[in-house]
Design a protein around this ligand. Structure first.
Ligand code: HEM
Length: 350
């Protein structure tokens, strides 16, 4: 019994990690396609559980039944039905009130469905997170940190869902999107800690020599990536503000502030610090996959960054830049946890 609980717990952690990256990918596609307001309300979409596919479903018609909370667009306003009713020949204002949370009143079926699929991905993530938390209760006495981090993950998913609503209510205000994104990284951190705490310790782990210097450089690479990501989100907030003024992508980069220059230039420090870590760990075989992946991701991030900056910010490059940033910091953090565990084991052995 206890063996199967441990097995399912580990499976849940792995599934959650994969799903979080799918949610990030879905979220960044939402942004790149400009679908963030595809559903103007939350958790329903135009007041419906299954979103509309056709403009006629969000328009007023005579002899049509409307449910309380259902939304229509009329005279460029988003209106909400006050009660269940069937319309007669005339539009009656008394049956409706204006949606007050924002003024966005556009229906685009593609945007609506991209946003809806993004929300579904988050809902799917909810199930294994709850299951993982329930399984973690088994550890409450023997390994309470497992329960604590599982609860932390569950809390973060709930928090993210709540923040997602604020993002929509505030019509995609830049800072709320940034907090929404940083929240995802905390969730990934909790899941990676859980994953490593519940992995079997291999004999070779005890034999590898990891010193304090390696740990310092490793955590510095994680923190530097975090700084890159925070600066990147600031650049993205500026891009979004500029995009509201002009759709001409050729002018966007020239209007960016000094934050963009910082973000772009820090790549040299990223390259240098990660090169030092690679040099330090070059002889330890088991970290090779981590190091190679980090190298490839930094290279790809730089190339995509150059494409964004010098080729008029193609929409397709935006979600890839974000997804690779998430992968990069996750692998760097996973490497740090592994180095820390190895260093403890090495010390214990000595
Ligand atoms: C390790 C290196 C890098 C990391 C981790 C990183 C990370 C990020 C992140 C997280 C964002 C915000 C994306 C979003 O919120 O959708 C961003 C935006 C951006 N980054 Fe980077 N970046 C890196 C390197 C670069 C480089 C070298 C350049 C330029 C040569 C660059 C140019 C940009 C631009 C133009 C944006 C705004 C894109 C948008 O609005 O979608 N980045 N970056």
């Amino acid at each position: 019994m206890s063996d199967s609980i441990k097995k399912y717990f580990k499976v849940c952690i792995a599934v959650n990690l994969i799903l979080v990256f799918i949610v990030i990918a879905a979220g960044s596609i939402v942004r790149a396609t400009g679908s963030g307001m595809g559903c103007p309300d939350w958790p329903t979409c135009f007041g419906k559980l299954i979103p509309p596919t056709n403009i006629s479903q969000v328009s007023w018609h005579p002899n049509n039944s409307f449910k309380e909370g259902e939304m229509i667009i009329r005279d460029e306003l988003l209106l909400v039905a006050n009660k269940d009713f069937t319309s007669d020949g005339d539009f009656k204002k008394a049956n409706w009130h204006k949606y007050e949370k924002h003024d966005y009143a556009i229906f685009n079926p593609l945007h609506t469905w991209v946003e809806f699929i993004n929300r579904l991905a988050t809902v799917v993530l909810g199930f294994p997170i709850v299951l993982m938390f329930l399984l973690s209760l088994y550890y409450i006495k023997i390994n309470p940190l497992n329960t604590l981090f599982a609860f932390g993950s569950l809390f973060m998913v709930g928090f993210q869902a709540w923040l997602g609503k604020i993002v929509v209510d505030r019509n995609l205000q830049g800072t709320t999107i940034t907090y929404h994104m940083l929240g995802v990284f905390i969730l990934i951190g909790f899941l990676l800690i859980l994953w490593n705490r519940n992995k079997k310790e291999l004999k070779e782990q005890i034999e590898s020599l990891v010193n304090q210097k390696n740990l310092m450089v490793s955590i510095a690479t994680v923190l530097l990536s975090l700084i890159m990501i925070i600066l990147g989100t600031q650049v993205r907030e500026e891009v979004d503000a500029i995009a509201k003024l002009t759709t001409d992508r050729t002018t966007w980069v020239n209007q960016l502030s000094i934050i963009f220059i910082f973000h772009r230039s820090l790549i040299w420090l990223v390259l240098g610090l990660n090169a030092i870590l690679m040099y330090q760990l070059r002889s330890i075989l088991k970290y090779r996959i981590h190091l190679v992946s980090i190298g490839i991701l930094i290279l790809c991030e730089s190339i995509i960054g150059v494409i964004l900056s010098y080729f008029n910010m193609p929409a397709a490059a935006q979600p890839i830049h974000l997804l690779f940033a998430a992968l990069l910091i996750s692998i760097q953090f996973d490497l740090f946890i592994k180095l820390k565990r190895s260093s403890k084991l090495t010390l214990g052995k000595a």
